[in-house]
Design a binder for this molecule. Structure first.
Ligand SMILES: NC(=O)c1ccc[n+]([C@@H]2O[C@H](COP(=O)([O-])OP(=O)(O)OC[C@H]3O[C@@H](n4cnc5c(N)ncnc54)[C@H](O)[C@@H]3O)[C@@H](O)[C@H]2O)c1
Length: 396
């Protein structure tokens, strides 16, 4: 008998590489109790039922032909597959999400290529350089030859590169469209059929929700800002192309080596720590939230369950954190009692976000966030003890 790890990994990898979960030839992941049982069920297949489509990427990487091997010696072959790390391309991997995701993927034993222009520097990934499985590439994901080279041999593509947020997109609409949408279309044209995509988008496209009604993945997306529109169009293109899963992320919070202070929770906690006060506009507008480390875990969850999640969008957020801005301030005040907040009509959300989100679909696949909003606020308070926006001030 073999321990649970090798056969789990083998089957996860196998699922990831595209065997439809309803394929009668393949025992569903989770029902196989041992590598031997998995191997036995494969051995029972007639030669005509092999090759199994899910093993195709191994051919593409120029590795030995596992189909023949599996037919002959399934147990050994499965163990070999289990030992093969996935090759993952993360575009924009030096950003806020990438600097948490990339070390997480390396920790899982994968080979990670990061294609990034390093717009915000790349110091968040310096720690990864000691890992032989980490491969940074300085380049622009909009350039065909650069992207083509980066894609070679990858099993999974995680396109994070983007001009992120409504203000940044409005400041340079050409860069926004070419990076957020055209580069994704280019990627879809260049990638091989077996190369799976896991694409993050924003759930801000849900815009103004109906009072008390949860937005699900079937709720129409009506983005208003250029950022929202480019992301929603890119998501549609990715889903239409197939062999892809999209993650509609709630507002992300938490510390990352490439920090973003423009995200709502990160921003409010920063103000609470440094100014002890915030003026809130549209204070009753609700949103959903998710910790940056849970976002990294969600990508890995998709990789491990790819065949049954394939072709679908999933909301990713904390089901117990559909909170208004004022409720968020109250949660911060519970950790920092001297923090004061008041509401005033001093601004307007470019995407008119006011909605509550259901995350039941991804939860039904077994995903559960590990980091609560309270844990995130505590973490941010610690982080801001270290970080300060000193550089443009005469005072420390
Ligand atoms: N952070 C969130 O709250 C959130 C929520 C929903 C979706 N997303 C999506 O997740 C992705 C990553 O977001 P983030 O918060 O890490 O953003 P970020 O701005 O921190 O990182 C973006 C990265 O993309 C790189 N980049 C930009 N243009 C590039 C180009 N042409 N070629 C190569 N690299 C380029 C930048 O250098 C940067 O490292 C984006 O696609 C974003 O739309 C983020």
């Amino acid at each position: 008998m073999h321990g649970p790890v090798p056969y789990c990994i083998a089957f996860r990898r196998w699922n990831l590489s595209g065997v439809p979960s309803g394929d009668a030839r393949v025992p569903p992941f989770g029902q196989v109790r041992s590598l031997r049982q998995a191997a036995g069920s494969i051995q029972a297949l007639s030669p005509a039922q092999l090759p199994l489509p899910g093993l195709a990427p191994l051919h593409m990487m120029g590795r030995p032909r596992p189909h023949a091997e599996i037919a002959r010696e399934p147990e050994r072959a499965l163990r070999r597959i289990a030992a093969v790390p996935l090759q993952i391309l993360v575009t924009g991997g030096a950003g806020y999400l990438g600097c948490v995701l990339v070390p997480h993927l390396l920790q899982q034993g994968h080979e990670v290529y990061v294609l990034d222009k390093f717009l915000y520097g790349g110091s968040g990934l310096l720690e990864c350089c000691a890992d032989p499985r980490f491969h940074p590439i300085r380049g622009d994901c909009r350039e065909e030859s650069v992207l083509q080279q980066a894609l070679a041999g990858c099993d999974v593509i995680i396109p994070l590169a983007a001009i992120v947020g409504a203000p940044a997109c409005d400041a340079d609409p050409f860069a926004a469209r070419s990076t957020n949408l055209d580069a994704i279309r280019l990627l879809l044209r260049l990638r091989g059929r077996s190369q799976s995509i896991i694409f993050p988008t924003t759930n801000s496209g849900y815009g103004i929700g109906e009072q008390g009604k949860y937005c699900t993945e079937t709720t129409p997306l009506r983005p208003i800002s250029l950022y929202g529109r480019t992301k929603v169009d890119a998501e549609q293109a990715v889903l239409d192309a197939g062999n892809a899963v999209t993650l509609r992320l709630a507002t992300v919070f938490g510390m990352s080596p490439r920090m973003r202070l423009d995200l709502l929770v990160n921003d409010f906690v920063y103000r609470a720590v440094t100014d002890r006060a915030v003026t809130v506009f549209e204070g009753h507008a609700k949103r959903n939230y998710i910790h940056v480390r849970d976002v990294a875990r969600a990508f890995v969850h998709v990789m491990e369950n790819f065949s049954r999640m394939n072709g679908e969008p999933y909301n990713v957020g904390l089901s117990d954190a559909n909170l208004s801005k004022l409720e968020l301030c109250a949660a911060i005040q519970r950790k920092l009692p001297r923090f004061v907040y008041l509401e005033a009509p001093v601004g307007e959300d470019p995407d008119k976000r006011d909605y509550i989100v259901s995350n039941a679909k991804i939860e039904a696949t077994g995903f559960r966030p590990r980091y609560s909003l309270e844990m995130g606020i505590e973490e941010l308070i610690k982080g801001y003890t270290i970080l300060r926006r000193h550089q443009y001030s005469n005072l420390n």
